[in-house]
Design a binder for this molecule. Structure first.
Ligand SMILES: [Zn+2]
Length: 369
């Protein structure tokens, strides 16, 4: 009986803390529906919306660049936007797999490595490749300028999709903040056992956390607002400007927020440290940083033409409902479908002892942005 009273008191504390939640009040809504082993996560809805936003922004910018004659007039804008979404998925998965699933790959348990965990640095690395390859294959008059233009459009669309991606992170519980000194209206409290944060750190259940994802959303929105204001004031912008500027802005935002990120799994079960993860990400962002520096260099030798993107943007047709729906479905499925538990795809429960033990390992390795 005594323990019952203590539990009630604990529940009261948790609900009192949750009442104060203002920014990330939806953090415990991690699952939309489940049917037996099949789970559809709220993460998928947010990522589907993020992908549709990426597609709409990307297609509009590419069409403006075609109108400005930086890209050839018959360029497949919608096809390229969808290709970039696919490239981001494969790059993100490859990057995550190399770090987070190396233990199962080393044991040749490939199916266990197939799960919805992505690291965005890998997606960005693949984008550099697709932009360069497409620019040199599409018959553009100036392929280098076309590559920078394609990458500019991709970076702008990435910033546009980021706020919705971070909303998804809140519901998934993957990018949690460090513990706050005390419960307050701005703190986040997870109590859902499905949230990745509590799968890795059960001790954080009911604890007040810093809302790092919301902070990131605010910083991305502020960057975009500043960018739109600057673009409207300037008559023309050199091609490659966003490729030169945005990767460093992204790094600054991440650095600022990572200082407030929570720790992952406890050291006794963690397979990599936060430091190792940061070094891994940095390795994967090297192609992006190299393209950014090359873009800055081509400014100085006047290889980049200047275009009035805003004027052209007003006259272009938006992306078709078909490509927006395809973008939504692609990401809603890739990020929303889980099997057995959040964070798994192909690992059947009790299909083998090996998989069973990997389940435990995966619990210790939450997806990270
Ligand atoms: Zn995340």
């Amino acid at each position: 009986m005594g323990s019952g009273i203590i539990e009630e008191e604990e529940e009261d504390t948790v609900s009192a803390q949750k009442q104060g939640m203002v920014f990330e009040w939806y953090c415990d809504h991690s699952i939309v529906c489940r049917w037996g082993d099949h789970i559809f996560a709220t993460y998928g809805v947010a990522m589907g919306c993020a992908a549709a936003t990426f597609c709409a922004t990307h297609v509009a910018l590419l069409r403006a660049l075609c109108a400005a004659a930086v890209l050839p007039s018959g360029f497949a804008c919608e096809g390229f936007a969808l290709l970039q979404l696919v490239a981001f998925l494969f790059g993100g998965r490859a990057c995550s797999m190399q770090l987070e699933d190396r233990h199962v790959i080393n044991q040749s348990v490939w199916r266990a490595a197939l799960r919805p965990g992505m690291l965005s640095s890998g997606g960005q690395a693949f984008w550099v490749g697709t932009c360069l390859a497409t620019a040199y294959a599409c018959g553009a008059a100036a392929p280098w300028a076309a590559a920078l233009a394609l990458h500019d459009a991709t970076m702008a669309s990435f910033f546009a999709m980021m706020p919705l991606m971070k909303v998804g992170c809140v519901t998934y519980g993957c990018c949690w903040g460090c513990e706050a000194a005390r419960a307050a209206w701005w703190t986040t409290v997870y109590t859902s056992p499905h949230a990745k944060v509590l799968q890795a750190r059960a001790d954080l259940c009911g604890r007040p956390l810093v809302p790092t994802s919301t902070l990131q959303i605010a910083l991305f929105v502020a960057t975009m607002a500043a960018g739109v204001l600057l673009a409207r004031r300037a008559s023309t912008i050199p091609v490659g400007t966003l490729t030169v500027v945005l990767p460093w802005v992204h790094t600054l935002i991440n650095r600022a927020v990572y200082a407030m990120r929570g720790e992952g799994a406890p050291p006794e079960i963690a397979r990599f440290t936060q430091q190792e993860q940061r070094r891994h990400r940095e390795r994967w962002t090297r192609p992006l940083k190299a393209l950014s520096l090359a873009g800055a260099l081509s400014w100085t030798v006047a290889l980049s033409p200047s275009v009035d993107v805003v004027a052209h943007l007003r006259a272009v047709a938006p992306a078709s409902p078909a490509s927006l729906s395809l973008a939504f479905l692609l990401y809603a499925t890739a990020f929303g479908y889980h099997r057995g538990a959040l964070g798994q795809w192909c690992v059947r429960r009790a299909s083998s002892r090996q998989y069973q033990s990997d389940r435990t390992v995966h619990k210790a390795h939450p997806h990270t942005e």
